[in-house]
Design a binder for this molecule. Structure first.
Ligand SMILES: Nc1ncnc2c1ncn2[C@@H]1O[C@H](COP(=O)(O)OP(=O)(O)OP(=O)(O)O)[C@@H](O)[C@H]1O
Ligand SMILES: [Mg+2]
Length: 256
């Protein structure tokens, strides 16, 4: 590692700025469509972003601009094709974890302790009750099961999920009910970094308002948030900053 390498630049940034939680530098992502003549989609062509505690950066841009792709790269679901993504990690000697190229167990530890992600749709786990799905992130951190369930119940209540649904597996729930279970699961552990991909897309106005309130509370508690919100009202309530992403272009993939 040299002094000019991106890794040491990230280490310096996290040491000098105690509030810095996430630092993305020139992140690129190219999808190669192998079945389709070797063309590639430059979904992200060099996105840079710093997010500090108490900030909520809202990603905007047309459909296909790479908003979801960027969030997935930040969460380590997609491997970025280039650039650097660093997230504050108190357990690391350099105070951050470089997500691109990290060991899977380090990424899982960071997800347990630091980074939460709410996708647009709930991934339903067969036979697990809504209450246990929401309580799970606390249980995995060692919180007593009864206490975790009590906190899950309080959050489901706030999100207007009817109590009769709590003991049931969400497979049969409506889209909006599933989304509220998903949000409760994503917010319950009060992660210090939150990645939110259209968490209010299938909600009515009343429940959107509840979710916006929860996001503002998380931000005021000091969470660093990056999110996509399809409606203007939610964007205006939660955003401290906006980052515009450009539409991707089709590129010839260089022969390897
Ligand atoms: N797994 C994938 N394989 C191939 N191409 C992909 C994949 N995921 C995304 N893309 C492409 O990357 C581009 C960006 O997609 P992405 O889903 O990030 O857009 P978005 O900004 O979230 O759009 P929307 O507002 O519609 O949700 C699109 O052209 C999409 O087709
Ligand atoms: Mg998207």
């Amino acid at each position: 590692m040299t002094l000019n390498s991106p890794v040491s630049a990230a280490a310096r940034a996290f040491a000098e700025r105690p509030a810095l939680m996430l630092r993305a530098e020139d992140v690129r992502k190219t999808f190669t469509l192998h079945g389709q003549g070797g063309i590639g989609i430059d979904a992200l062509a060099g996105v840079s972003l710093d997010v500090a505690r108490g900030e909520c950066v809202v990603l905007v841009g047309p459909s296909g601009a790479g908003k979801s792709t960027f969030l997935r790269c930040l969460y380590g679901n997609y491997l970025a094709s280039g650039g650097s993504i660093a997230i504050r990690d108190d357990a690391a000697p350099t105070q951050h974890l470089e997500i691109t190229g990290a060991q899977p167990h380090d990424v899982l530890r960071l997800r347990r302790n630091v980074v939460g992600y709410v996708s647009q749709f709930l991934r339903v786990i067969p036979r697990v009750s809504a209450l246990d799905i929401v309580a799970a992130p606390l249980v995995s951190r060692g919180v007593d099961e009864e206490e975790a369930r009590a906190r899950a119940a309080a959050l489901l209540e706030r999100l207007n999920v009817p109590q009769r649904l709590w003991p049931l597996a969400p497979a049969t729930f409506s889209g909006g009910e599933q989304q509220r279970v998903n949000i409760a699961r994503g917010l319950i552990a009060q992660h210090r970094v939150l990645l939110l991909d259209e968490p209010t897309a299938s909600l009515d106005a009343e429940n959107r308002e509840v979710v916006a309130g929860l996001i503002v509370e998380a931000r005021e508690r000091g969470a660093a948030i990056v999110g996509v919100f399809h409606d203007e009202d939610t964007r205006e309530r939660v955003a401290t900053r906006v980052l515009a992403l450009r539409a991707p272009r089709v590129a010839e993939v260089e022969a390897a």
